[in-house]
Design a protein around this ligand. Structure first.
Ligand code: BMP
Length: 250
């Protein structure tokens, strides 16, 4: 059974600065928990970030669901991220040509480049869509057809998983996906974040499917669990995901 490398040992193998920073942070903070902050007001988001901040390595946001987004919010959120030492991942899932993605990333109402450490793109238009966004950008690849192939039920099975997704991972090194075949043992420089996690397997009534932390970290060899609606038990998720490294079943 190949030894599972510690997150800190993998930092030197990371593909970019954001990946290295994240692996170092995970090791130092002993957390492979990310919280999906799916709330609809700035006040709730800041309150949640401050409450879960000590437990998490990454706060995952969807700022386009906030009813009152403002630049002030991003300044306050950054201050909380510095205070508790976590990275901010805006789960934007860009899906256009490189020129458009660059404009959406840097401009518009959200100016994501100014305050997020990590963001992501669908690989529908191919890996070139995020290559114009600069070396320092912590861009994560989501599978090229993730709109169908995400953690929900009814996803379309297809063989396209390998192509744009794989190439982009080679260049950008952070990967958000529920069921990708690549495991950390074979690709220790890549970081796999997995959403759709709760204490027991199951789902919501809109098609979301849940796995447990042990299943994600130990059985499927992923790196980070992303928990949204299950955050009420943040401490439990953190210790369970961390301990599950020791029970890896490659
Ligand atoms: P929850 O744990 O409440 O189901 O939230 C899951 C979070 O992960 C949501 O923010 C959702 O947008 C995101 N997500 C997902 O559930 N499945 C995917 O395949 C990709 C995602 O980003």
């Amino acid at each position: 059974k190949p030894k599972r490398l510690a997150y800190g040992e993998r930092a030197v193998l990371a593909q970019n600065a954001a990946g290295k920073k994240l692996l170092d942070l995970m090791e130092q903070k002993k957390s492979n928990l990310s919280v999906a902050a799916d709330v609809t007001t700035s006040e709730e988001l800041l309150k949640l970030a401050d409450a879960v901040g000590p437990e998490i390595c990454v706060l995952k946001t969807h700022v386009d669901v906030l009813s009152d987004f403002s630049e002030e919010l991003t300044v306050k959120l950054r201050a909380i991220a510095e205070k508790h030492d976590f990275m901010i991942f805006e789960d934007r899932k860009f899906a256009d040509i490189s020129n458009t993605v660059s404009m959406q990333y840097e401009g518009g109402p959200f100016k994501i480049v100014d305050w997020s450490d990590i963001t992501n793109a669908h690989m529908v238009p191919g890996p070139g869509s995020i290559d114009g966004t600069g070396e320092g950008a912590g861009f994560a690849a989501t599978c090229r057809d993730e709109l169908q192939r995400n953690s929900s039920t009814g996803r379309v099975p297809s063989s396209s998983r390998k192509n744009g997704c794989g190439q982009s991972r080679l260049r950008h090194g952070i990967h958000l996906h529920k069921s990708c075949a690549w495991a950390q043992a074979a690709n220790p420089g890549f970081i796999h974040m997995t959403p759709g996690v709760q204490t027991s397997a199951g789902g919501d009534d809109l098609g979301q499917q849940y796995s447990t932390p042990e299943n994600v970290i130990a059985d499927r060899q992923r790196d980070i669990i992303i928990v949204g609606r299950g955050i009420m038990h943040a401490g439990w998720y953190r210790s369970n995901a961390w301990e599950s490294q020791k029970n890896s079943k490659p």
